[in-house]
Design a binder for this molecule. Structure first.
Ligand code: ASP
Ligand code: MG
Length: 425
Protein backbone atom coordinates (compact mmCIF):
# COMPACT_ATOMS: atom_id res chain seq x y z
CA UNK A 1 0.00 0.00 0.00
CA UNK A 2 1.27 3.48 -0.88
CA UNK A 3 0.34 6.91 0.44
CA UNK A 4 0.18 9.90 -1.92
CA UNK A 5 -0.31 13.44 -0.68
CA UNK A 6 -1.47 16.34 -2.86
CA UNK A 7 -1.08 19.92 -1.63
CA UNK A 8 -3.47 22.80 -2.21
CA UNK A 9 -1.54 24.16 -5.20
CA UNK A 10 -1.69 20.83 -7.01
CA UNK A 11 -5.48 20.70 -6.86
CA UNK A 12 -6.31 24.38 -7.24
CA UNK A 13 -7.99 23.92 -10.65
CA UNK A 14 -10.01 21.23 -12.47
CA UNK A 15 -6.85 20.50 -14.54
CA UNK A 16 -4.95 19.90 -11.28
CA UNK A 17 -7.54 17.37 -10.10
CA UNK A 18 -7.45 15.65 -13.52
CA UNK A 19 -3.67 15.49 -13.21
CA UNK A 20 -4.10 13.85 -9.78
CA UNK A 21 -6.49 11.39 -11.46
CA UNK A 22 -3.88 10.58 -14.07
CA UNK A 23 -1.21 9.92 -11.44
CA UNK A 24 -3.64 7.69 -9.54
CA UNK A 25 -4.66 5.81 -12.70
CA UNK A 26 -1.02 4.92 -13.45
CA UNK A 27 -0.56 3.32 -10.04
CA UNK A 28 -1.61 -0.31 -9.57
CA UNK A 29 -1.00 -0.47 -5.83
CA UNK A 30 -3.53 -0.02 -3.09
CA UNK A 31 -3.61 3.69 -2.33
CA UNK A 32 -4.44 6.15 0.39
CA UNK A 33 -4.67 9.68 -0.99
CA UNK A 34 -4.31 12.60 1.42
CA UNK A 35 -5.41 16.03 0.26
CA UNK A 36 -5.07 19.60 1.49
CA UNK A 37 -7.63 22.33 0.93
CA UNK A 38 -7.81 23.55 -2.67
CA UNK A 39 -5.77 26.62 -3.61
CA UNK A 40 -5.94 29.39 -1.05
CA UNK A 41 -9.08 28.13 0.72
CA UNK A 42 -7.37 27.80 4.11
CA UNK A 43 -6.34 31.48 4.08
CA UNK A 44 -9.92 32.47 3.25
CA UNK A 45 -11.25 30.28 6.07
CA UNK A 46 -8.82 31.88 8.50
CA UNK A 47 -10.45 35.19 7.51
CA UNK A 48 -13.86 33.63 8.23
CA UNK A 49 -12.64 32.67 11.69
CA UNK A 50 -11.42 36.22 12.34
CA UNK A 51 -14.77 37.56 11.14
CA UNK A 52 -16.53 35.09 13.46
CA UNK A 53 -14.41 36.32 16.35
CA UNK A 54 -15.39 39.89 15.47
CA UNK A 55 -19.02 38.76 15.00
CA UNK A 56 -19.05 40.22 11.51
CA UNK A 57 -21.81 38.15 9.89
CA UNK A 58 -21.73 39.96 6.54
CA UNK A 59 -18.05 39.23 6.14
CA UNK A 60 -18.52 35.56 7.12
CA UNK A 61 -21.23 35.12 4.50
CA UNK A 62 -19.31 37.03 1.85
CA UNK A 63 -16.18 34.88 2.16
CA UNK A 64 -18.08 31.61 2.43
CA UNK A 65 -20.08 32.43 -0.66
CA UNK A 66 -16.78 33.01 -2.51
CA UNK A 67 -15.56 29.63 -1.28
CA UNK A 68 -18.78 28.00 -2.46
CA UNK A 69 -18.50 29.60 -5.91
CA UNK A 70 -14.88 28.47 -6.22
CA UNK A 71 -15.69 24.86 -5.35
CA UNK A 72 -18.77 24.84 -7.59
CA UNK A 73 -16.64 26.00 -10.50
CA UNK A 74 -14.23 23.15 -9.71
CA UNK A 75 -17.16 20.73 -9.82
CA UNK A 76 -18.38 22.20 -13.13
CA UNK A 77 -14.87 21.86 -14.55
CA UNK A 78 -14.69 18.19 -13.57
CA UNK A 79 -18.20 16.91 -14.21
CA UNK A 80 -20.94 17.71 -16.67
CA UNK A 81 -23.24 20.46 -15.41
CA UNK A 82 -26.63 18.99 -14.63
CA UNK A 83 -25.34 15.40 -14.41
CA UNK A 84 -26.22 13.35 -11.29
CA UNK A 85 -22.64 13.42 -10.01
CA UNK A 86 -22.49 17.22 -10.53
CA UNK A 87 -25.69 17.69 -8.54
CA UNK A 88 -24.62 15.27 -5.82
CA UNK A 89 -21.31 17.06 -5.34
CA UNK A 90 -22.86 20.52 -5.26
CA UNK A 91 -25.31 19.51 -2.56
CA UNK A 92 -22.53 17.83 -0.56
CA UNK A 93 -20.52 21.06 -0.72
CA UNK A 94 -23.51 23.18 0.21
CA UNK A 95 -24.26 20.92 3.17
CA UNK A 96 -20.70 21.31 4.52
CA UNK A 97 -20.71 25.08 4.05
CA UNK A 98 -24.15 25.47 5.65
CA UNK A 99 -22.88 23.57 8.67
CA UNK A 100 -20.13 26.15 9.14
CA UNK A 101 -22.61 28.99 8.66
CA UNK A 102 -24.84 27.62 11.38
CA UNK A 103 -21.81 27.01 13.61
CA UNK A 104 -20.82 30.67 13.29
CA UNK A 105 -24.41 31.74 14.01
CA UNK A 106 -25.11 29.50 16.98
CA UNK A 107 -21.68 29.31 18.56
CA UNK A 108 -21.53 30.89 21.98
CA UNK A 109 -17.96 29.76 22.64
CA UNK A 110 -15.85 32.56 21.31
CA UNK A 111 -12.51 30.92 21.91
CA UNK A 112 -10.51 31.83 18.80
CA UNK A 113 -8.54 28.57 18.59
CA UNK A 114 -11.52 26.31 19.21
CA UNK A 115 -13.55 28.05 16.50
CA UNK A 116 -10.56 27.85 14.16
CA UNK A 117 -10.71 24.06 14.19
CA UNK A 118 -14.45 23.96 13.53
CA UNK A 119 -14.26 26.50 10.70
CA UNK A 120 -10.90 26.09 8.96
CA UNK A 121 -11.23 22.29 8.64
CA UNK A 122 -13.95 22.98 6.04
CA UNK A 123 -11.28 23.41 3.33
CA UNK A 124 -10.05 19.82 3.55
CA UNK A 125 -13.60 18.46 3.91
CA UNK A 126 -14.57 20.18 0.65
CA UNK A 127 -11.48 19.16 -1.32
CA UNK A 128 -11.56 15.52 -0.20
CA UNK A 129 -15.25 15.24 -1.09
CA UNK A 130 -14.62 16.50 -4.62
CA UNK A 131 -11.42 14.51 -5.20
CA UNK A 132 -12.95 11.28 -3.93
CA UNK A 133 -16.06 11.63 -6.08
CA UNK A 134 -13.94 12.44 -9.12
CA UNK A 135 -11.66 9.41 -8.65
CA UNK A 136 -14.58 7.14 -7.87
CA UNK A 137 -16.60 8.17 -10.90
CA UNK A 138 -13.78 8.52 -13.44
CA UNK A 139 -10.64 6.63 -12.35
CA UNK A 140 -11.22 3.72 -9.99
CA UNK A 141 -13.37 2.59 -7.08
CA UNK A 142 -12.58 4.85 -4.16
CA UNK A 143 -14.04 5.73 -0.76
CA UNK A 144 -13.86 8.83 1.41
CA UNK A 145 -12.65 8.39 4.98
CA UNK A 146 -13.03 11.22 7.49
CA UNK A 147 -9.60 11.79 9.08
CA UNK A 148 -11.31 12.88 12.30
CA UNK A 149 -12.30 9.27 12.89
CA UNK A 150 -8.69 8.14 13.26
CA UNK A 151 -6.31 11.12 13.79
CA UNK A 152 -6.82 11.52 17.53
CA UNK A 153 -5.25 14.56 19.15
CA UNK A 154 -5.04 16.61 22.31
CA UNK A 155 -7.05 19.82 22.58
CA UNK A 156 -4.34 22.26 21.63
CA UNK A 157 -6.50 23.69 18.87
CA UNK A 158 -4.62 25.04 15.83
CA UNK A 159 -1.44 23.09 16.68
CA UNK A 160 -2.82 19.86 18.07
CA UNK A 161 -0.50 17.09 19.26
CA UNK A 162 -1.31 13.63 17.88
CA UNK A 163 -1.88 10.72 20.26
CA UNK A 164 0.02 8.07 18.34
CA UNK A 165 -1.21 5.01 20.25
CA UNK A 166 -4.87 5.89 19.90
CA UNK A 167 -4.40 6.92 16.28
CA UNK A 168 -2.65 3.65 15.48
CA UNK A 169 -5.53 1.73 17.04
CA UNK A 170 -8.13 3.68 15.07
CA UNK A 171 -6.14 3.28 11.87
CA UNK A 172 -6.35 -0.52 12.08
CA UNK A 173 -9.90 -0.42 10.76
CA UNK A 174 -10.01 2.91 8.99
CA UNK A 175 -8.84 1.63 5.60
CA UNK A 176 -10.08 -1.96 5.29
CA UNK A 177 -9.43 -2.37 1.53
CA UNK A 178 -12.49 -4.60 1.32
CA UNK A 179 -14.21 -5.91 -1.79
CA UNK A 180 -13.15 -3.98 -4.87
CA UNK A 181 -12.14 -0.85 -2.95
CA UNK A 182 -8.42 -0.35 -3.41
CA UNK A 183 -8.26 3.43 -3.01
CA UNK A 184 -9.22 5.80 -0.21
CA UNK A 185 -9.24 9.56 -0.03
CA UNK A 186 -8.84 11.35 3.28
CA UNK A 187 -8.03 14.82 4.61
CA UNK A 188 -4.68 16.12 5.73
CA UNK A 189 -4.37 18.75 8.48
CA UNK A 190 -7.43 17.77 10.55
CA UNK A 191 -8.14 15.43 13.44
CA UNK A 192 -10.34 15.31 16.49
CA UNK A 193 -9.81 15.49 20.22
CA UNK A 194 -11.24 13.07 22.75
CA UNK A 195 -14.51 15.09 22.89
CA UNK A 196 -14.93 14.73 19.16
CA UNK A 197 -14.20 18.41 18.44
CA UNK A 198 -12.31 19.07 15.24
CA UNK A 199 -8.66 20.03 15.71
CA UNK A 200 -5.98 21.05 13.23
CA UNK A 201 -2.30 20.15 13.17
CA UNK A 202 -0.82 23.54 12.24
CA UNK A 203 -0.51 25.32 8.89
CA UNK A 204 0.80 23.10 6.12
CA UNK A 205 0.07 20.16 8.39
CA UNK A 206 -1.21 17.84 5.64
CA UNK A 207 2.29 16.53 5.00
CA UNK A 208 2.45 15.56 8.66
CA UNK A 209 -0.95 13.82 8.45
CA UNK A 210 0.24 11.86 5.43
CA UNK A 211 3.43 10.84 7.24
CA UNK A 212 1.44 9.66 10.27
CA UNK A 213 -0.89 7.61 8.07
CA UNK A 214 2.02 6.14 6.09
CA UNK A 215 3.93 5.28 9.24
CA UNK A 216 1.13 3.84 11.36
CA UNK A 217 -0.37 1.81 8.53
CA UNK A 218 3.03 0.52 7.38
CA UNK A 219 2.91 1.94 3.84
CA UNK A 220 5.60 1.06 1.31
CA UNK A 221 6.34 4.75 0.74
CA UNK A 222 4.93 8.26 0.96
CA UNK A 223 4.93 10.52 -2.10
CA UNK A 224 4.31 14.23 -1.68
CA UNK A 225 3.35 15.94 -4.96
CA UNK A 226 4.43 19.58 -5.13
CA UNK A 227 4.65 22.51 -7.52
CA UNK A 228 8.48 22.28 -7.57
CA UNK A 229 10.66 19.56 -9.16
CA UNK A 230 11.58 18.16 -5.71
CA UNK A 231 13.57 19.51 -2.79
CA UNK A 232 15.73 22.35 -4.06
CA UNK A 233 18.86 23.87 -2.57
CA UNK A 234 16.98 27.17 -2.16
CA UNK A 235 13.68 28.81 -3.06
CA UNK A 236 14.03 29.31 -6.84
CA UNK A 237 11.85 32.43 -6.71
CA UNK A 238 14.46 34.10 -4.49
CA UNK A 239 17.62 32.31 -5.61
CA UNK A 240 17.57 31.58 -9.33
CA UNK A 241 20.64 29.32 -9.16
CA UNK A 242 18.85 26.81 -6.90
CA UNK A 243 19.48 23.17 -7.84
CA UNK A 244 17.55 19.97 -7.24
CA UNK A 245 18.76 17.76 -4.37
CA UNK A 246 18.11 14.24 -5.70
CA UNK A 247 18.78 12.41 -2.42
CA UNK A 248 18.55 13.41 1.21
CA UNK A 249 18.77 11.62 4.52
CA UNK A 250 15.89 11.93 6.98
CA UNK A 251 18.17 14.04 9.15
CA UNK A 252 18.97 16.47 6.33
CA UNK A 253 15.32 16.80 5.41
CA UNK A 254 14.25 17.36 9.03
CA UNK A 255 16.89 20.07 9.47
CA UNK A 256 16.06 21.79 6.21
CA UNK A 257 12.36 21.92 6.99
CA UNK A 258 13.13 23.32 10.44
CA UNK A 259 15.27 26.05 8.90
CA UNK A 260 12.43 27.05 6.60
CA UNK A 261 13.27 25.36 3.32
CA UNK A 262 10.02 25.03 1.39
CA UNK A 263 10.24 21.27 1.63
CA UNK A 264 7.55 20.00 3.89
CA UNK A 265 5.96 20.52 7.26
CA UNK A 266 8.54 20.34 10.05
CA UNK A 267 7.06 17.31 11.77
CA UNK A 268 6.77 15.17 8.63
CA UNK A 269 10.04 13.29 8.88
CA UNK A 270 9.86 11.80 12.36
CA UNK A 271 6.96 9.36 11.85
CA UNK A 272 8.64 8.11 8.67
CA UNK A 273 12.01 7.49 10.31
CA UNK A 274 10.32 5.44 13.03
CA UNK A 275 9.33 2.85 10.42
CA UNK A 276 11.99 3.60 7.82
CA UNK A 277 9.44 4.56 5.18
CA UNK A 278 10.93 6.30 2.13
CA UNK A 279 9.59 9.71 1.20
CA UNK A 280 9.50 10.91 -2.40
CA UNK A 281 8.96 14.59 -3.16
CA UNK A 282 7.84 14.91 -6.77
CA UNK A 283 6.61 17.48 -9.24
CA UNK A 284 2.95 17.27 -10.18
CA UNK A 285 3.69 19.69 -13.02
CA UNK A 286 6.15 17.32 -14.66
CA UNK A 287 5.35 13.85 -13.38
CA UNK A 288 8.18 12.34 -15.45
CA UNK A 289 10.85 13.95 -13.23
CA UNK A 290 12.38 11.72 -10.56
CA UNK A 291 12.16 14.34 -7.76
CA UNK A 292 13.92 13.89 -4.43
CA UNK A 293 14.12 10.68 -2.49
CA UNK A 294 14.51 10.85 1.27
CA UNK A 295 15.46 7.84 3.34
CA UNK A 296 17.82 6.69 6.05
CA UNK A 297 20.71 6.05 3.66
CA UNK A 298 21.00 9.10 1.51
CA UNK A 299 23.23 12.00 2.53
CA UNK A 300 23.44 15.60 1.54
CA UNK A 301 27.13 16.11 0.76
CA UNK A 302 28.66 19.55 0.41
CA UNK A 303 26.02 21.26 -1.66
CA UNK A 304 25.20 24.61 -0.08
CA UNK A 305 21.54 24.81 0.86
CA UNK A 306 19.80 28.09 1.65
CA UNK A 307 16.58 28.41 3.61
CA UNK A 308 14.83 31.65 4.41
CA UNK A 309 12.11 32.65 6.80
CA UNK A 310 10.48 36.01 6.20
CA UNK A 311 8.27 38.07 8.49
CA UNK A 312 10.36 37.32 11.55
CA UNK A 313 10.37 39.29 14.77
CA UNK A 314 13.20 39.42 17.31
CA UNK A 315 11.83 39.80 20.80
CA UNK A 316 14.30 40.91 23.48
CA UNK A 317 13.30 40.46 27.09
CA UNK A 318 15.14 42.26 29.87
CA UNK A 319 14.45 41.93 33.58
CA UNK A 320 12.77 44.86 35.28
CA UNK A 321 15.23 44.88 38.18
CA UNK A 322 18.51 43.30 36.97
CA UNK A 323 17.57 40.16 38.83
CA UNK A 324 17.74 37.80 35.91
CA UNK A 325 18.34 34.17 36.67
CA UNK A 326 18.77 33.17 33.05
CA UNK A 327 17.44 29.63 33.41
CA UNK A 328 14.31 30.66 35.30
CA UNK A 329 13.59 33.52 32.96
CA UNK A 330 14.12 31.32 29.92
CA UNK A 331 11.73 28.66 31.13
CA UNK A 332 9.10 31.16 32.17
CA UNK A 333 9.22 33.00 28.85
CA UNK A 334 9.40 29.86 26.73
CA UNK A 335 6.26 28.56 28.42
CA UNK A 336 4.45 31.72 27.39
CA UNK A 337 5.60 31.32 23.79
CA UNK A 338 4.57 27.67 23.82
CA UNK A 339 1.09 28.61 24.98
CA UNK A 340 0.77 30.86 21.94
CA UNK A 341 2.09 28.03 19.68
CA UNK A 342 5.08 30.12 18.66
CA UNK A 343 8.09 28.26 17.31
CA UNK A 344 11.43 29.67 18.23
CA UNK A 345 13.75 29.91 15.28
CA UNK A 346 16.78 31.37 17.01
CA UNK A 347 17.82 32.19 20.58
CA UNK A 348 20.54 34.50 21.79
CA UNK A 349 21.25 35.42 25.37
CA UNK A 350 23.42 37.78 27.38
CA UNK A 351 23.46 38.03 31.18
CA UNK A 352 20.73 40.64 31.06
CA UNK A 353 18.79 39.89 27.94
CA UNK A 354 17.15 36.99 26.16
CA UNK A 355 16.41 37.47 22.46
CA UNK A 356 14.09 35.12 20.63
CA UNK A 357 13.31 35.08 16.94
CA UNK A 358 9.82 33.85 15.97
CA UNK A 359 7.26 34.30 13.19
CA UNK A 360 5.37 37.56 13.51
CA UNK A 361 1.58 37.53 13.63
CA UNK A 362 -1.49 37.93 15.79
CA UNK A 363 -0.45 35.32 18.39
CA UNK A 364 3.03 36.83 18.60
CA UNK A 365 1.66 40.24 19.49
CA UNK A 366 -0.57 38.70 22.18
CA UNK A 367 2.43 36.79 23.55
CA UNK A 368 4.48 40.02 23.68
CA UNK A 369 1.77 41.62 25.83
CA UNK A 370 2.04 38.72 28.23
CA UNK A 371 5.86 38.69 28.22
CA UNK A 372 5.71 42.35 29.28
CA UNK A 373 4.31 41.22 32.64
CA UNK A 374 7.67 39.58 33.47
CA UNK A 375 10.10 42.09 32.07
CA UNK A 376 10.84 44.89 29.69
CA UNK A 377 10.21 43.79 26.17
CA UNK A 378 11.60 45.34 23.02
CA UNK A 379 11.30 44.02 19.54
CA UNK A 380 12.48 44.46 15.96
CA UNK A 381 10.04 43.31 13.31
CA UNK A 382 10.02 42.82 9.54
CA UNK A 383 13.16 40.70 9.67
CA UNK A 384 14.39 37.81 7.56
CA UNK A 385 16.24 34.77 8.85
CA UNK A 386 18.59 33.15 6.37
CA UNK A 387 20.18 29.78 7.08
CA UNK A 388 22.99 28.47 4.90
CA UNK A 389 24.04 24.83 5.29
CA UNK A 390 27.54 24.10 3.97
CA UNK A 391 28.20 27.82 3.84
CA UNK A 392 31.21 29.68 2.47
CA UNK A 393 32.28 33.21 3.33
CA UNK A 394 31.44 34.14 -0.24
CA UNK A 395 27.86 32.93 0.16
CA UNK A 396 27.44 34.80 3.43
CA UNK A 397 28.66 37.95 1.70
CA UNK A 398 26.44 37.39 -1.28
CA UNK A 399 23.22 37.08 0.69
CA UNK A 400 23.81 39.58 3.48
CA UNK A 401 25.79 42.27 1.73
CA UNK A 402 24.63 45.83 2.42
CA UNK A 403 22.02 44.64 4.88
CA UNK A 404 21.93 45.23 8.59
CA UNK A 405 22.68 41.99 10.45
CA UNK A 406 20.99 41.77 13.82
CA UNK A 407 22.37 38.33 14.70
CA UNK A 408 24.89 36.02 13.06
CA UNK A 409 25.40 32.53 14.51
CA UNK A 410 27.39 29.71 13.03
CA UNK A 411 28.92 26.33 13.65
CA UNK A 412 31.10 24.28 11.34
CA UNK A 413 28.47 23.58 8.73
CA UNK A 414 25.63 26.05 9.25
CA UNK A 415 25.34 29.79 9.47
CA UNK A 416 22.20 31.65 10.49
CA UNK A 417 21.82 35.36 9.84
CA UNK A 418 18.98 37.55 11.01
CA UNK A 419 18.67 40.51 8.68
CA UNK A 420 16.54 43.57 8.21
CA UNK A 421 14.12 42.91 5.44
CA UNK A 422 15.30 44.68 2.33
CA UNK A 423 14.97 43.58 -1.21
CA UNK A 424 18.33 42.07 -1.99
CA UNK A 425 18.01 40.31 -5.30
N1 ASP B 1 -4.69 23.49 4.13
C1 ASP B 1 -3.78 23.64 5.22
C2 ASP B 1 -2.91 24.85 4.99
O1 ASP B 1 -2.99 25.48 3.94
C3 ASP B 1 -2.94 22.42 5.43
C4 ASP B 1 -1.96 22.10 4.32
O2 ASP B 1 -2.03 22.67 3.26
O3 ASP B 1 -1.10 21.26 4.52
O4 ASP B 1 -2.16 25.20 5.84
MG1 MG C 1 -2.14 24.20 1.87
Amino acid sequence: MLVHKFGGASINSPEGVCNLGEIVSKCDDKLIIVVSAMGKTTNMLEAVNTACFERNTDEILRILSGIEDYHCSMIDGLTETGSPVNGRLKSAIKYLIDKVISFTGENKNHDFDYCYGQIVSLGELLSSTIVNEYINSVIRKSELVDARTFIITDSLFREAGVYFDRTEKMLENAFPFRGNVNCYVTQGFIGSNLNGDTTTLGREGSDYSAAIIASLSGAGSLTIWKDVPGVLSADPKLFPDAILLPELSYKDAAELSYYGAQVMHQKTIKPLTNKNIPLFVRSFVDTGLPGTSISSKKRLRNTPVIATKKNQILISILPKDFSFALEDALIENLLILQRYRLKIHLIQSTPLCISLCVDDGRSTRLAIDELRINGLVQYNDDLELITIRNYTEKLIGKYSENREKLILQHDRSTVRILLRNEKHL
